[in-house]
Structure formats: C-alpha cells, structure tokens
Design a binder for this molecule. Structure first.
Ligand code: ZN
Length: 253
C-alpha cells in the first residue's frame, strides 16, 4: 500500500516533468517531442540523469552543470505538485473504484497547471490546451453527463464572455477578455453545465478584480498594467472540478 502510494507520487512527478516541457515549449511554438531539452543559457544537452524529477534539481543544486546558470525553481515545484496531486487522486481512485476517472482527473489537472503557468508567464492560453480540455470534457460528458446541459453550459460560457467583451470593446475600445479566456470558459461550460459555468464566471471575475485592485493598491503592478485572467479562471475551476462539495458549501448552491 505504502509502496503503491509512493509509486503514484513518482508517476505524477514524471508527468510533471513532461508538463515543464509543455509549459516551456508550447507558448514558443516548439515541438513537444524531440529535440532533447537543452540549457536555455549555454545550449548544453540535458542528460537523462540531470532530468530525474526533483532529485536532479537538488543534485545539481539548482544550476546547469556546464555554465552554472540558475535553473528555475518552477521545474522541481511543478514536478512536486503534480506528484502530490497524483497521490491524492490515487486515494480518490481507491474510494471511487474508477481508473477512468483517475486518468480523466489527472489529465484535467495537468492541463489546468499548464494554462495557469503559461498564462502567468506569457499572458496567453495556447489554443491546443483549450482544445484538449474541451475534448476531455466532451468525452466525459458523453459517458457520464447530460449532453443538453453540456451544450447549454458551453453556449453560456461562450455567449456571456464573448458578449461582455464585445460590448466593452464597443463602448471603450479596449479588449477585456482575451480570446483564450473565452475559449477556456466555453470548454469549462461543457463540464460545469449552465449553473456551474455562471458561478465560475462570476467567482473568477470577482476574485480577479479583488486581487487586481489589491496588487495595484500594494503598488506591485501599475494600474494600466494588464494582468492575465486565466489563473483566476483556473483557480476557481480547480475547486469546482476537484472539490465540488467545498465550492457548493462556500457559495451554497
Ligand atoms: Zn548551461
């Protein structure tokens, strides 16, 4: 049992190692498979033993073995977090007895984490991630949900956010939500359904506004600076997808 739990932690950490590749390469439009990873500073090839999740970072003391340039703490952190969540999902799997659900949840978590990191760093959400997420939710809906709810949910996710963005643009000439945000809401609507997506839009906008104002008040960002909205959508969705009871408890619906 303990050994099995440990295996799922390691399994998640290896997935996390791949997610680091996605987070680095996808916004740069680089292929996800080959070529092999290189140091971003001196271009030295990263050998397999320098690429063991978390261990290598400690072993290399967070520096490239050739040029000694610092390696971002993001790498071991993404591996650790994914390992931890895989472990959590393993116990969830024992409880619910469904391997399919385990795979589904780990895949959704992986896409959430990539969107979260990429949007913070590059202020974009790659179309590919929204498409994979939409496909996953579509399959899930086909197997377990009412497809009418999913269709209406996606329609609302797209309709409200596109409509508000359009009106905002007509009135002020500014683009509020990016296209990536609108596509993300559309994909989420498939899984969350009509009521869930309305909650998602409301809560992520509220949280985004509060944190945005707080960051300006604390002079961490300037008032005209654009902050990515994706991370707020992802945080809200994370609670809603993986801890729906908690979400329902907080917002009593
Ligand atoms: Zn280097």
């Amino acid at each position: 049992m303990n050994l099995l739990a440990f295996f799922f932690f390691i399994f998640g950490a290896i997935i996390g190692s791949f997610l680091n590749v996605v987070i680095y390469r996808m916004p740069r439009l680089m292929p996800l498979g080959l070529p092999r990873s290189r140091c971003t500073n001196c271009n030295k090839i990263v050998y397999w033993y320098e690429n063991v999740p978390m261990i290598s970072y400690l072993f290399l003391r967070g520096k490239c073995s050739n040029c000694k340039t610092g390696i971002s703490i993001q790498y071991p952190l993404v591996e650790f977090v994914t390992g931890l969540f895989s472990l959590f999902l393993f116990f969830d799997w024992l409880e619910h007895q469904s391997f399919l659900i385990f795979i589904f949840k780990l895949a959704v978590f992986s896409i959430f984490l990539c969107i979260f990191m990429i949007d913070i760093k590059h202020k974009i959400i790659p179309d590919g991630l929204n498409i994979y997420l939409g496909l996953l939710f579509f399959i899930y809906s086909f197997l377990y949900l009412n497809w009418v709810d999913s269709l209406i949910g996606a329609g609302i996710g797209f309709g409200i956010t596109f409509g508000v963005t359009w009106i905002f643009y007509k009135l002020k000439g500014q683009i509020g939500l990016g296209g990536g945000d609108i596509k993300l809401f559309t994909a989420l609507g498939i899984f969350l359904g009509p009521l869930g997506i309305v909650y998602n839009i409301t809560v992520s906008c509220a949280v985004g506004a509060i944190i945005g104002v707080a960051l300006i008040a604390l002079k961490i960002i300037k008032s005209n600076q654009h902050i990515p909205f994706g991370p707020f959508i992802i945080l809200t969705s994370f609670v809603q997808v993986f801890f729906p009871q908690v979400f329902k408890l907080i917002f009593s619906y």
